[in-house]
Design a protein. Sequence first.
Length: 533
Amino acid sequence: MKSYLSGERQKWINLGLFTFSLVPLVFYFFCVIQRIQMPFALEWGESAGINQILQLLSGERLYDAPNLEFTPLVYTPFYYWLASILGRVLGQVVFSSRLISVIASIGATVVIVWLVREETRNALAGWLAGAVYLGCFSLSGGFYDLVRVDSLYIFLLLITLAVMRETTRFGGMAVTGLLIALGFYIKQSALIVFFPLVAAYLFRSWEKSWPLIAATLLGIFLPFVWLNSSSDGWFAYYIFQLPREHGYSIIDAVKFWVADLLRPLGIAIGFGFLSILSIKNGDIPFKGEDAGDNGPEKDFFSRDVFYALFAVGAVGAAWITRSSNGGGANNVMSAYAAVSLLFGLGFGKAYGLINEEGGHRDAYKMIIPILAAMQLLVLTYNPFDYIPTAAEVEANALLFSRIEEVEGSVWVPYQSHLNRLAGKPPTIHAVNLFEMTGYFKGDVLPEGIEIVNGIRKNICNQTYGLIVLDQPVPWALDQISYAYQMDYEFTYMDRERRSALLDWQGGFKAVYLPRLDYDLNACMNTISSDRTD
């Protein structure tokens, strides 16, 4: 019986699906092109990242004892090194740092497209996989183009996977190990991502896998020794001890599976399971298992197992980091990359299964594109939610001008990078204090108490000519109430439209100036030597 959807009709269906898949691409570039040159923080954690880069550009050590001026984030340094180099070349720190993330997010998409196309020989499947990953921009909280380590981290994970796919020879294994080590120096959870694959390689063949292990360990150990010794041991403190001060939330652990994955990506996950569950004996390996002695080298397992193990690691790393207190949606990005990859592989496999099907072939040829379109539809979002309003752009410019005009230091804990950009003495960012004061359900550390009390004393002594609180701080409100008063003249955003993106910027309603008459002793008496609440 002649198929109704053969030939020309099928081409039109595929063309329609391809056209619809352009929406995530258009939305992504619409957001990125407008956001990349905005000189202020689009997300409060961006400010801490900018501080890291400015610290490197100042010639100061990145990892040093916590202090009132600067404390680093709990991330390894490669992204910040790269951003500082590009920032010095281009002369625009925020722009150049975001540019790295933009290039990396595009690069990650390209690698996903390439991997799926190579495996399935289906260009549409590869393109749709990339479209799904770009469509997860909103699910990530719009982190793809920010001054954060995440996009470069995902790009490196996928590059490592692509290299790992290509060879099991000595040189290829060593290169893969070095790439895993480099991934660790972008974000520590890279080790979790590749643990299942590396363990499987070791289980199958120690003789072929030892260069992978050796290169990974040396690639991590040697830079670690240098960084830790040059920082007097503080490097290990920031990347190992402080992350342990994040407690874990059972609620967030459950929400990860429901809100972050199943609800928005259920169809893509279904296609991924189609790829994994259709593994059968004699399946074509990803490198040619039956090529003989003169062909490509033998590999350890089928391509489906290879990608399934990567997905286990990528989703597992996302779950662990997302479930910790303070873990944002950006931590799910490795899971989004893995799901997008498996979706493309499953989509391509679905078309292969159709060709083996008999009487219901036309129905399946309709259902599969409809399901793919539905998945893309679920991922659509309002791109204007991720663009600051004109009023917010102007308000941030006014705030920066106000900071420049103030004599002496200012305290803007959620946007502390503004101090350096305005030529003011640097101050520690709020997130660095959170790490040390039990805000993430960890212990209150002595370093945190010391810094908090230093800030309190500065407030009581009116060291800061201006205080701007985008959000309340849990450490110094009593001291502010004694020594400072609200500046009601700076209420620019009270009547202006706000974007969902910058809803965290409440500082336009919380600007404080020093009081002319106050009781210094009463203020100092509010400072406890052993508490941060």
